[in-house]
Ligand binder design. Structure first.
Ligand code: SAM
Ligand code: SF4
Length: 482
């Protein structure tokens, strides 16, 4: 069936709604009302944020509008503290796997857009997926996000087949244990099929929450041209029973403060509609240059590194229980600067060309890449350097595989129990990485990192279990978790 026609009726129903949960004028008036906030006003919001509760839009607006260096430092310190409290000092690792760059949409900023004739289109065959996944597993990956353009050829049947293929690959001691999906917004029956297969997080980024900018960047005669079909994609995913959904905005399309407000309103809408369940993750990619895509070279609303740090901290303070992802679009320096401000997941050893894991150099396939990478380090280097910053690298997939998703996960995070599951599981999966994949330096320093983290559990009931599981891993067992 024609791609656009397939969703036409549902889209028309959304169009008949007289409003949606993003009110552009209201957001701007909240931002205007919060201009040049006093130190007292900023500190009052920080006092509330200290209690690890979600902030209200008026409060987030105050933090976004704060340009006083003294209270910005206080914001950064609190963002770091909240991250430690809710997530501990683990950083979860994943890597994207680009399955297809065929796309029927025409987003002005993206290298995959259909009018970009400098792109050599490619969709991986099942054998090619097998090969890519084996390479990823051999490097130590356990978690991936599968990325697709939006085309009829990569519709729901292809999605299901490719995900099943990824899960079926076994290589040495390893396998991909969690496949997240970043694909087109889908209908509820389609999403139910993804639920049956057992995907991790279902991600769709709104790109920009600003209605007029959205219209300008996404031609109306494409599926992506329908703002609300995309805006309500997560409602449909939760309705279909998927537990973890990931939202995001592409920074550089419109004013960054407006987009943070949009992400917050999206979170509030989901929490209010689905019994307290908000997004599992928030992504905040910045536009990066893409082959044959002049828009991406100098976006009008480009976000500076300083503002990027601020937006990460404000998000952390505003939605303390939501995972935050910073990808290899950013350079090592930028990633290092935002890790302490609240980021909980990063990718490492990333390739974004379709078929890229079979190629030695990152950024080696510009005509098959959606954009160019800022951080081209190997997984082993990112793991080591992240660990040396005081974090514990984690490849954990336990919660999703033990059914701790959605409402249940939010409950756990809220009561700060994550520490008791996530840190031990981070230790086990990091140990697996050291035993099976790490280079000599990472192995040596990684053992010291593990010892330091294990010691913190001394005196707690779980201490003996952690030490016993580490012994079992050394004796050849794998995939241990609590
Ligand atoms: N086709 C699907 C879609 O548009 O949602 C999923 C895949 S798309 C390849 C994943 C994300 O890449 C988009 O949602 C967008 O935010 C981001 N993206 C597009 N162009 C980009 C660019 N030039 N730089 C950085 N990120 C970009
Ligand atoms: Fe296609 Fe997604 Fe790129 Fe838009 S952002 S052109 S939908 S791949």
């Amino acid at each position: 069936m024609d791609y656009l026609k397939q969703y036409e009726d549902e889209m028309a129903a959304y169009d008949r709604q007289d409003h949606d949960f993003i009110d552009d004028d209201k957001i701007w008036s909240q931002l205007k009302a919060a201009e040049n906030p006093s130190r007292e006003a900023v500190r009052a919001v920080l006092q509330k944020a200290e209690k690890t509760v979600r902030l209200e839009p008026e409060e987030t607006a105050i933090l976004l509008q704060n340009s006083d260096p003294e209270t910005i430092t206080e914001m950064y310190e609190l963002a770091n503290r909240l991250k430690q409290e809710v997530y501990g000092d683990r950083i979860v690792f994943f890597a994207p796997l680009y399955i297809s760059d065929e796309c029927a949409n025409d987003c002005k900023y993206c290298g995959f857009r259909r009018s970009n004739h400098m792109m050599h289109r490619k969709t991986l065959s099942m054998d090619e997926i097998d090969k890519e996944v084996r390479t990823m597993i051999r490097e130590g990956q356990k978690r991936t996000v599968l990325v697709y353009g939006e085309a009829p050829s990569t519709g729901i049947d292809f999605l299901c087949k490719s995900i099943e293929k990824v899960y079926s690959v076994k290589e040495g001691n390893g396998e991909i244990r969690r496949a997240n999906i970043n694909a087109a917004p889908l209908s509820v029956p389609e999403l139910r099929r993804l639920k049956e297969i057992g995907i991790g997080t279902f991600q769709v980024f709104q790109e920009t929450y600003h209605h007029e900018t959205y219209r300008h960047l996404h031609p109306a005669n494409t599926v992506k041209g329908n703002y609300r079909w995309r805006l309500y994609a997560m409602d449909r995913a939760l309705e279909a029973g998927l537990g973890d959904v990931g939202i995001g905005a592409l920074f550089g399309l419109y004013d960054w403060r407006f987009e943070v407000m949009g992400l917050l309103y999206h979170t509030i809408h989901l929490e209010e509609t689905f019994n307290g369940v908000g997004p599992h993750t928030i992504s905040f990619p910045r536009i990066t240059p893409a082959t044959g895509t002049p828009f991406s070279d100098h976006p009008e609303y480009a976000v500076s590194d300083e503002d990027f740090k601020k937006l990460v901290a404000v998000l952390r303070l505003s939605v303390p229980y939501t995972g935050m992802i910073c990808t290899a679009r950013e350079t090592k320096e930028v990633r290092d600067s935002v890790l302490p401000l609240g980021v909980s997941q990063i990718d490492g050893g990333t390739r974004i060309g379709v078929g890229g894991y079979g190629v030695k150099d990152a950024n080696a396939l510009p005509d098959k890449e959606q954009f160019s990478l800022g951080d081209t380090r190997s997984l082993d280097d990112v793991v080591l350097e992240t660990g040396e910053m005081g974090n514990i690298p984690s490849f954990c997939t336990a919660c999703y595989r033990m059914g701790r998703v959605g409402e249940e996960f939010m409950g756990l995070a809220k009561s700060k129990f994550v520490h008791h599951f996530c840190i031990p599981n981070a230790i086990f999966t990091f140990k697996e990485y050291l035993l099976d994949y790490a280079g000599p330096e990472t192995r040596e320093k990684g053992e010291q990192i593990i010892a330091k983290h294990v010691a913190r559990f001394a005196g707690e009931p779980i201490y003996d279990t952690i030490r016993e599981n580490l012994r079992r891993l050394e004796n050849g067992e794998r995939d241990l978790r609590v």
